[in-house]
Design a protein around this ligand. Sequence first.
Ligand code: PXG
Length: 483
Amino acid sequence: MTPVADPGAGTTPTRSPSTRELQALDSAHFIHPFTDHGDLATRGARVIERGEGIHVWDSEGHRLLDAMSGLWCVNAGYGRRELADAAHAQMMKLPFYNSFFQTTNEPAVQLAAKLASLAPTVDGRGFQHVFFSSSGSESNDTNVRMVRRYWDLMGQPQRKVIISRLNAYHGSTLAGASLGGMSEMHAQGDLPIPHIAHIGQPYTWEHARPGESEDHFGLRSARWLEEKILAIGPDKVAAFIAEPVQGAGGVIIPPATYWPEIQRIVNKYGILLISDEVICAFGRVGHWFACERFGYQPDLITFAKAVTSGYVPLGGVMVGDRVAQVLIERGGEFNHGYTYSGHPVACAVALANIALMEREQLPQRVKTDTGPYLAERYRELADHPLVGAAESCGLMAGLVLVKSKQRGDDGRMPMFPAELAVGMKCRAHCFANGLIMRAVGDRMIIAPPLTVTRADIDELIRLIRLVLDLTLAELKDLGHWPG
Ligand code: PXG
């Protein structure tokens, strides 16, 4: 570890701080996202020190298989020298210049053109333009402003409502958290802001009726959008926003019938469609942009995270021709932008990252090799006594921990009581056994780097089976099994 200044001993670098010292400094000064700091202070934060390939190491020397790609972003894996080289070269040439006041810079221009070439085109309609930000949240704020501006310019300023879904995650700014459908987020700070409405999510496990087919449920849940549009008044609805597969909500994969029906409905009422692909783009589900996989054509696509494989912050909005044409031809100045819109270093890293992904054919590999292989191996986990369902899409996957596989009178497998926090118990076994997996309630989810090999997937499945066994043993010890 690089020597840092000893706290309280002046500014001269002296020695490497111990894990305990870092934890104490962390507790004293660092407010973390989505964290209970009282709780964190009692246990001390885990200090992650370095990464290589699909692994990270903590400050105590433990190696962890990072099956979450950092936070759904390190798609190219850790330790990729060419990304660091691209940042270094660009920093030495031009570390920053803004793109306000009729100026631009080469990496931003090249990246915009590259992204336009990768975006899907259907019936001659595609994405020739990009707006840059530094995160997914900023990008979704941009979407709200852009959608409102579009409808103003179209002479329909009454179209203000953006419809989203419960359990969606669209970021943490006021607009992002409002668009999102997380009730714990809405409970803090008087959210959502006005003109946002929510419908249910297409989560078959939770919301399909007993005996209802996937296809039928897909159509029924898509029609919740039509019902909401009619309830609000079609002339007041501006847009619908959704993740192709809900990520933070627990890797909720919609039935195949869902997205085509959503497309039919937005077309019928002329409302804009925003595909929030902050997690799903850049190869995660086997395509550069996930809407291609699910067969729909959005007007705006939110991206961030894996555009740089998380090496530096960058986000943005792919602006479809329908919206771009109106903004450019009729809009004059759009009074919106960030200091770091089109940051040259972030854009240079993104270009190097996309070149790397093209060279290693990562989206293609996910589509034809590692994605299908993960699906096959992941499904096997459903034979574990704790697993009610195990499903995947590309390289994102979720499994449900259940109390019993015996279906109750309601036709469903019973779940553990929330207070038992079985998902968190399982997550603790993951960390203790060299695996990073996320728990969303009692859904355990993964999204490993796209560089994983079949052998890595075998190792991942072995570790997951191990932590499931350990979780089961703990539940038995606690007297909660059989449920
Ligand atoms: N949209 C989607 C679909 C996301 O997943 C954002 C927007 C916001 O991006 P920024 O860059 O502003 O964080 C995200 C972010 C989790 C988790 O617990 C997921 C995200 C962020 C933090 C935690 O799975 N996704």
